[in-house]
Design a protein around this ligand. Sequence first.
Ligand code: FAD
Ligand code: DHB
Length: 391
Amino acid sequence: MRTTVGIIGGGPAGLLLARLLHRAGIDSVVLESRDRAYAEGRQRAGVLEQGTVDVLRACGAGERMGRQGLVHHGIELRFDRRAHRVDLSSLTGGRTVMIYAQTEVVKDLIALQLADGGPLFFEARALSVEGADTERPVVRFLRGGREQTLECDYVVGCDGFHGIARNAVPEAVRRTYERGYPYSWLGVLADVPPSCEELTYAHSARGFALHSMRSPTVSRLYLQVPTGEDVAAWPDERIWDELDARLAVDGPWRLERGPITAKSVLPMRSWVIEPMRHGRLLLAGDAAHIVPPAGAKGLNLAVGDVVVLARALAALKETGSTAALDAYSTTCLRRVWRAEHFSYLMTTTLHTEPGQSPFATRLQLAQLDRIASSTAAATELAQNYAGLPFG
Ligand code: FAD
Ligand code: DHB
């Protein structure tokens, strides 16, 4: 089999890239190792930056999002039993975020691709990328029990953190940067109307909590838990009691409880590989970088990468110039490191480390109080949260 751009991975990065290339008249083949139901059901991110929303709309994937997504103009920070609203819109010249689950973005992109895009193969697992530094890179993959090859002009590794694409970047030319965190998130979905109007991030001595939502009738909630925690240690009552305690503020607020329909533990890390390109192999999304989720940046960074890449491949097709493609890694990494820093700051300001000193807690509260009382500090948070330009 032969194509112009071979895309490994049918997550948000791979699917959106295929869509953007299709619209630019560039053919591609997407290889996704999982089946369609699995790819569509994986519970992950929920917050789309304005720039992500604009791209999805521009490529025809905005219709259901426009009907079912929830536009938010601000977020809430809770600490010291106080609530403080950060008005994203007024601090960013009118930018907003959209609550629309990654599962739904993926469903919409899959439907579009199958309706009028290039081939998207499920249960097609890439095994290796060969000849990344030649004119004709090849992806070897397994489909229907048979090993096959996909010859490409370019290969894009959109295969997430556990993917295989980056193995084709020789150790001598790649560098990775990593930081771990001594905690994870327990994420739950509950059939209960959200108790907060906006996304609410809570600092507490008992650990971090986040109140998010999926719709007017479904809440999405997260609790900081020790790394390696077993979900079995968290029966529903314990989850609600802990959320109640961590989200508590002085005043009349009340947490509504309801049936919990899904629970999982999410590990947390910061991780970047450089460069994001080797020869004719390009890496995008989680295959190239991971952020801890408190900044809601993972999915949005993946979108930024493929927007830059699709533009570069379109420029190559139109003008024959590889200048934008040559700048791909540098262009993306600038935004990636900004998001790494923001995600790190949100994470370390809001979570409580095991054995954390009272001094460290005071520093966190001073930082949160600064955001609550200074327009300059709140603006810095708002601009990063609502999203910076794709570059
Ligand atoms: P992925 O979504 O990981 O997609 C990669 C795709 O490649 C997958 O479909 C995978 O099946 C496929 N694949 C892998 N290997 C192969 C192979 N060899 N051959 C073919 N296909 C392959 N971000 C937030 O902002 N908020 C959150 O709450 C949040 N929660 C998360 C929870 C979890 C468990 C994880 C893993 C991530 C979470 N993220 C969150 C991050 C966000 O979901 C990711 O940044 C986003 O999914 C990145 O998209 P992607 O397409 O780059 O990678
Ligand atoms: C959600 C996830 C995040 O990581 C975040 O920072 C905010 C909201 C969510 O899943 O809704």
